[in-house]
Design a protein around this ligand. Structure first.
Ligand code: OXD
Ligand code: MN
Length: 601
């Protein structure tokens, strides 16, 4: 199941849905002339087309059909073992000058990069089918919605794009005939899936992306990290909105009062779990609904920030997902789901580490090898994924299609920190909140290739996704705040603090509702708080911990601010800002001075 490239030949009526826009036709012609595909398949997003592609994928061993009774309409894909995560070291922002890409991006000169990529793409689709995938990011009637076209030689990509975006005719209609309309040009080719020829390149000035040599979702579903975040963040600054690596959730009280919050956590830190949270029994009558689990596009309307989820599905990390950690995700992925790199049981079901129940006595692991509970290797890759339509989520928010978006009452930043950072605290104001986001850090996970568990600064969880100079990005945040008459309150959370025994202090998952409740209380100006040097902290009785098995000592540990640890932390902030080489806005440097000074008061 390593190469899903061989050409396919659809019957009449499938694969011939050519758009009318001449600019698109010209571009497709140019790429086809370069890559020399066997044929061109114009996707319309229909059920009939999807069924055809699934059948072809089954025949060509790109997909395995799962047991229809256990996981209806669902399939397993195994990627090449050298191609299982995003590759930040091969991801480039190709702006005319290095300074525009800034200190946190790999930069390469656009002219030279186009030349290099054109050489790699020359004849790359010989014997393969070239798919043209039109798609929209965002609710189609949203002023923020963006049209993209992705050219790809991978059926797996097409099948995923149909779940993750509004794909097909809807996008062609939205684009219309105007040859000067704004749309994103994305080109993807598997080539020979060789890490030495793997490049994910963004050309923000041209609204274009070229990705070669990978089949892994984060590198090749060009709608997601590439368009919705890297190119999106560039367009957002230019056009006065925000493209952020954030989940969006709704929270409704038993009295029917509703708030929305957006939260930025680095990859694989539980955004999907938080977005699908089910409140514990103690919060009977409270309802949490999901607008999005990964990306928020936000704009200022009437002085408030409104958010839409540009995506149409979830591309989530599988291991650890269970009825205990995330029942709504389990229900979402129980049918109509594409699995990548999980284990296959002997009865055609899927399995992964952390799934409910006993491990199977025998399975085929993500590499296609025999696996038993005694095996040293993991059965599922730590970054194995599900792709599932957001419609599958029983807690989907009813306003998910609202073009104007949902009003955001609070923004939450958070990372995976074993020490230093308390469970929850609130910024004094927007500027201070931007500082919290800018200095956020987290221990690394398997979502990106590289070492796991090292603390790295990841501003607003956008380090791998900001498509321009991070200093200008910080300034854009500060400027947005100046235009908001009712800015969201800003908070920082850390579910991952550990005690002296090395164990997590906080239960997390559904119990995070207790933290969310304090956030909502603060938004409604009913929640108490104590002033501390780092921000507002809940006082001993401000968090509702009723019916939770936790003692006062642990709560104190969770909320404590250790002055020594914070001196190190502030030094870490300085080191990070210094490493950015003078691009950090003065207002944020001033925030650090104020933070340091508050510790001396
Ligand atoms: C993701 C990521 O897949 O952040 O969402 O890597
Ligand atoms: Mn993400």
């Amino acid at each position: 199941m390593k190469n899903d490239a061989p050409a396919i030949f659809p019957p009449a009526g499938i694969g011939d849905s050519k758009p009318a826009n001449q600019a698109v036709l010209d571009w497709v012609h140019e790429i086809a002339t370069l890559t020399e595909p066997e044929n061109i398949f114009w996707c319309d997003g229909s059920e009939q087309e999807n069924n055809f592609l699934i059948n072809e994928s089954l025949q060509q061993n790109v997909l395995i059909k799962l047991n229809e009774k256990k996981v209806p309409h669902s399939y397993l894909h195994r990627s090449n073992p050298n191609d299982v995560a995003r590759v930040e070291q091969f991801t480039f922002v190709c702006t005319p000058t290095k300074q525009e890409a800034g200190p946190t991006n790999n930069w390469s000169e656009p002219g030279e990069t186009y030349t290099k990529l054109r050489a790699l793409l020359k004849g790359a689709m010989r014997g393969r089918t070239m798919f043209v995938v039109p798609y929209i990011m965002g609710p189609p009637d949203s002023p923020l919605a963006k049209v993209g076209f992705e050219i790809t030689d991978s059926k797996y990509v097409v099948l995923n794009m149909r779940i993750m975006t509004r794909m097909g005719d809807v996008a062609v209609k939205r684009l219309g005939n105007n040859p000067n309309a704004e749309w994103n040009r994305g080109v993807h080719s598997l080539l020979d899936i060789n890490p030495e020829r793997r490049f994910i390149c963004h050309f923000p000035q041209d609204n274009a992306i070229i990705s070669v040599g990978s089949g892994y979702g984060g590198n090749v579903l060009l709608s997601k990290k590439c368009l919705a975040l890297r190119i999106g963040s560039y367009l957002a600054r230019k056009q006065g909105w925000m493209a952020e690596h954030m989940l969006i959730l709704g929270i409704e009280s038993p009295e029917g009062k509703k708030h929305y919050v957006a939260a930025a956590f680095p990859s694989a830190c539980g955004k999907t779990n938080f977005a699908m949270l089910i409140p514990p029994k103690h919060f009977a009558g409270w309802k949490v609904t999901t607008v999005g689990d990964d990306i928020a596009w936000m704009q200022n309307r009437d002085g408030r920030l409104y958010a839409v989820n540009p995506e149409n599905g979830y591309f989530g990390v599988v291991p650890g997902t269970s009825y205990k950690s995330n029942p709504n995700a389990m229900r979402s992925i129980a049918h109509d789901t594409l699995y990548t790199n999980v284990a296959l049981t002997d009865d055609g079901d899927v399995w992964w580490e952390g799934k409910d129940g006993e491990p199977p006595a025998h399975a085929i692991d993500w590499r296609g090898n025999d696996w038993t509970p005694d095996s040293k290797e993991k059965a599922a890759h730590p970054n194995s994924r599900f792709t599932t339509p957001m419609r599958n989520n029983p807690a989907l928010d009813p306003d998910v299609e609202k073009g104007e978006g949902v009003p955001i009452s609070a923004i939450i930043f958070g990372g995976r920190r074993s020490d230093t950072v308390p469970l929850i605290y609130q910024a004094f104001d927007w500027k201070h909140g931007v500082y919290l986001g800018a200095t956020m850090a987290s221990e690394t996970t398997a979502a990106a290739a590289g070492a796991v568990g090292q603390v790295r600064r990841d501003p607003m969880a956008m380090l791998p996704f900001c498509g321009y100079n991070i200093g200008d990005y910080f300034q854009h945040w500060l400027d947005m705040g100046k235009r908001l008459t009712h800015p969201p309150l800003i908070f920082n959370v850390n579910w991952f603090r550990k005690g002296e025994d090395g164990k997590f202090l906080w239960q997390g998952f559904g119990e995070n509702m207790r933290v969310l409740k304090w956030i909502i209380d603060r938004c409604e100006e009913t929640g108490g708080a104590l002033k501390s040097p780092i921000g507002w902290l809940p006082g001993p009785h401000d968090l509702d911990l009723a019916e939770l098995d936790i003692d006062h000592k642990r709560v104190a540990e969770l909320l404590c601010i250790d002055h020594e640890e914070w001196q190190k932390e502030i030094a870490g902030h300085k080191q990070f800002f210094d490493s950015l080489g003078g691009v950090v806005p003065e207002e944020l440097l001033e925030q650090r001075n104020q933070l340091a000074a508050r510790f001396k008061e």
